[in-house]
Design a binder for this molecule. Structure first.
Ligand code: D5M
Ligand code: FE
Ligand code: ZN
Length: 530
């Protein structure tokens, strides 16, 4: 008897208006005749039920013996599902749970035995009481900026105050205006925003820092140790410089540079139990390149025993391909209407087990304002995506899962970091290294005016006020992860095959991967579905 792919079962249920618990789908998939079992469950389910629960399936299947004759006649639907099964995608990494898997040695005792007679299948350990999910920094509905000049002044002042606050205790700083009137040859220090970076005719570097009182130029000599930090600097980031004033006090020679940074003493928090989160992004539903088979294989895998500890799914933007994002993009659209794209996305999301908590932020292809911070989706789009009751929050936002804080940011600024920094410090092949620089600057999008569009608000929502335990981005469509001062940085790849544009600029996307994080250890494993 061929197995039913869980994603097919979920599709069948959703077309009939039902959501389903993961365990319910697992039990259906394990039934001798899944399509007949599905019919039986829907016959028996209470009229007001919207979610097919594991108990519904157990109850329906336990009467199967009695109603067995009738079930054998479920021809029409049988055929539909069998057809679907024949076209189901090859699943490279995982076999669908047969429902008769034995628990791995040592784990059997941890799970309660199932009630189904004669079965040795283990229960998926989902206890909603053990879960916790808190959101910080969601600015949806809080936008006050009108794009006036005064808003830019406020947001940069807030940036300087708050990131500067992380530096002021470390140097004996003076305002720019006061430094100008100090005697030549004195030691001076300043905390400011990088206003300008340029090289001098003799190969030194001149960095202009700005604070609320004015600007002051700092010279990094080409033979000083800090010169190799200069190529990491971005305009509008906040840092501190310490040095010696020239004789005329018009410039200072840099002796030391300080970044807001992640303290070396940072110790990440971990969950108290073995529970996992899948961190993905860039689904791009609506694009001709959306990899539906890989997505279905991922959704199928989430229904298997192997994925039973995956209780959270984080989506870091670009749910859909959008419209009019790049020139000539419409030539590669599969769905041209933006609402239809979200409807299709929602159908794909429904294949994810109903007992997984979902958090999503928008990206530059989504139907919200492009300038950052981007508020979470509006009511119409929330309604379209409501089936899973996802948490829909702004880009960026921090979500804390059982004590583990995850800073979610789509990642448009990574293009900027990669373009500005030398190859060995930030590249598309190692996107996590570009993320390290954002952590060091304690800001998700320091440089204003390039790729990154900034919507000025009263406060700077793009600051990393607290050090996250995990930093999750997407956007560049490359998978990469690593640790910076014990912060786990993950860039999550995509579900879109190479586009014509990407081909033209030699971007080879990492498509169809799902990095899975153990929240109790912060270890990462990568599941491949393409
Ligand atoms: O971005 C996916 C990656 O590809 C990201 O690094 C930007 C880059 N990209 C893709 N298309 C373009 C065009 N037309 N111009 C510039 N950069 C591009 P995504 O946000 O998924 O499109
Ligand atoms: Fe994308
Ligand atoms: Zn993007």
């Amino acid at each position: 008897m061929p197995l039913e792919a869980p994603a097919r079962i979920v599709s069948e249920l959703t077309t009939r208006g039902y959501n389903a618990e993961r365990e319910a789908v697992t039990r259906l998939a394990a039934a001798e005749d899944p399509s007949a079992a599905l019919e039986r469950v829907l016959e028996d389910i209470p009229d007001d039920a919207l979610v097919v629960q594991a108990d519904h399936v157990t109850a329906a299947l336990s009467t199967e013996g009695v109603a067995g004759q009738g079930l054998a006649d479920g021809g029409a639907v049988d055929a539909t599902i069998a057809d679907a099964d024949a076209t189901s995608p090859p699943n490279a990494t995982s076999s669908v749970s047969t429902g008769t898997d034995r628990p791995p040695a040592g784990e059997a005792a941890a799970h309660s035995p199932v009630e189904t007679e004669g079965s040795s299948r283990i229960e998926r350990a989902v206890d909603p009481d053990q879960r916790s999910l808190e959101i910080v920094g969601d600015m949806t509905g809080e936008s006050t900026g009108t794009g006036e000049y005064s808003d830019f002044v406020s947001v940069f002042r807030d940036r300087l105050d708050r990131l500067g606050g992380k530096l002021r205790g470390r140097v004996n700083h003076r305002p720019a205006s006061a430094i100008q009137s100090m005697p030549g040859g004195s030691e001076a220090a300043m905390v400011g925003l990088v206003n300008d970076i340029r090289s001098t005719a003799s190969g030194h570097w001149l960095i202009e820092l700005e604070d609320a009182t004015g600007t002051f130029p700092w010279l990094v000599m080409k033979d000083r140790e800090y010169v190799d930090r200069v190529d990491e600097l971005l305009c509008d980031e906040v840092l501190a410089m310490e040095g010696t004033l020239a004789d005329d006090s018009g410039i200072a020679f840099v002796d030391s540079m300080y970044f807001p940074d992640v303290p070396r003493t940072h110790e990440p928090s971990t969950a108290d139990r073995h529970v996992q989160a899948a961190l993905i992004s860039d689904v791009h539903v609506g694009s001709q390149e959306f990899m539906e088979d890989a997505w279905n294989a991922f959704a199928d895998w989430l229904h298997t025993e192997e994925a039973r500890h995956v209780e959270y799914l984080l989506l870091a933007g670009d749910m859909v391909e959008g419209v009019g994002v790049y020139p000539d993009q419409d030539e590669e659209l599969d769905i041209v209407d933006i609402y239809e794209q979200y409807e299709a996305f929602s159908e794909h999301l429904k294949k994810v087990p109903g007992d997984i908590e979902i958090v999503m932020i928008p990206g530059n292809h989504d139907a919200v304002r492009l300038a950052e911070p981007q508020p979470g989706f509006d009511e119409d789009l929330r309604e379209i995506m409501s089936a899973h009751d996802p948490q829909i929050v702004s880009n960026p936002s921090t979500v804390t899962l059982e004590g583990v804080s995850v800073l979610m940011y789509h990642g448009v600024s990574l293009d900027e970091v990669i373009a500005e920094l030398p190859e060995e410090k930030a590249s598309y092949d190692d996107p996590h290294k570009a993320m390290y620089h954002l952590l060091k600057k304690r800001h998700v999008a320091p440089q204003f005016g390039g790729h990154t569009r900034l919507a000025p608000e009263e406060q700077d929502y793009l600051i990393m006020e607290e050090v996250p335990d995990i930093f999750h981005t997407g956007h560049v469509h490359k998978l990469g992860f690593g640790k910076y001062h014990d912060v786990l940085a993950i860039n999550s790849g995509c579900w879109q095959a190479q586009t014509d544009f990407q081909k033209s600029v030699n971007i080879d996307p990492d498509a169809g991967f799902a990095p899975i994080v153990d929240l109790d250890t912060l270890d990462v494993t990568v599941q491949k579905f393409s």
